[in-house]
Design a protein around this ligand. Sequence first.
Ligand SMILES: *Cc1c(COP(=O)(O)O)cnc(C)c1O
Length: 421
Amino acid sequence: MFSELHPAADPAVLDAADGLAAFRSEFAHDTEGLIYLDGNSLGRPPTTVLEAVKRVVDEEWTQRLIRGWDEWIETPARAGDALAAAVLGARPGEVLVCDSTSVNLYKLAAAALDAAGPDRRVLVTDDDNFPTDRYILAGLAQRGGGELRLVGTDIDDGVDVEAVTAALGEDTALLCLSHVSYRSGAIADMAEITRRAHAVGALVLWDLCHSAGSVPVDLEACGVDLAVGCTYKYLNAGPGAPAFLYVREELQRRLRQPLWGWFSQADQFAMGPDYSPRPDIGRFAVGTPPVVGVAAVEAAVAVTARAGVTALRDKSLRLGAYAQTLHDEWLKPLGFRLASPAEPHRRGGHLTLWHEDAWRIAQAMRDRGVIPDFREPDRIRLGFAPLYNGYADIHEGLSRMAEIVRTGGYEKYPSRRGAVT
Ligand SMILES: *Cc1c(COP(=O)(O)O)cnc(C)c1O
């Protein structure tokens, strides 16, 4: 299968045949020569996003002042519709760009728990889900008279459908999982797991942080109820750019989120005495949207939409398979092993490698101009962003990585971790 995914080993030949190669020049590359393999944590800036931010600040805010709101008020839903169509497989009116992933997860999980009734108080997630997801659900269970049930997960292989099914029952209000594991990159079977949850009458909330802009998602075809995700990873909308939330249309009037802010009020500017939420996706908003960030999301989604998620996934599979081959040839003999599913089709956009000195190697890589990301325990995550990473990046990045280990170039680095990794 690898030979099918990358027919020649020469990275220059592979880059020359890459149908998405032209997108690389649409990104700002200030740091000449830097090999950036961390787009799964923070994407590089598309120049159109930088221009959109500048336009909002210099033209819209500076010149239009308060009058800008005539247009700004529409942008969270408009950006949501663009995401729905290009990235999420959702219908118009089902996605809103707002708040952070953590806050959106809280709002939607709380709405699901509140709607579930007294006999369904269990929230199910997996013990290797992203920390904020587990913490938010634990806090919600404690406040909301619920119980959090954790499914045991192999940290390198991802959630197992049967194990998830065994944790579901008539007592379950909500199942919440990540579609692509932040640690291993393992893809969960969204369609089948959603079916299993529905079979016991539970709602399902998918976290799409590592899927959006990387892996095809079809929320409508999978019958997904709720979803959240961020826009600063593969979607490249920038640090702190607002997240998105999705609520299936048929559920919108049934669910009420817990933060009764004025942006979710039916007649917002009547400034009336009582709260009555809007009938549409707007009822999941809270307060004033971050206009500059929403503009960045719109511009960023436009880049992904032009490339097309199918083409992005195709290239991402090839990049991952190529990196895997180089790992087998160069890195495995140096003490690395895969900490991701071995089959490229079972992974999202990143490949995770275990090494007992992973933390020190990651520090040495940064000093040698290769930016990976490190994740406990002892794992280096290599993110391949198909919009701007090419085969030459992977070849050079992994070659420097191998040299660092072969020559002991990492040994002078501290083995204790800092605060941000
Ligand atoms: C990155 C990520 C988040 C981030 O949440 P924030 O609220 O943006 O900090 C949440 N969940 C998953 C699975 C992630 O990968």
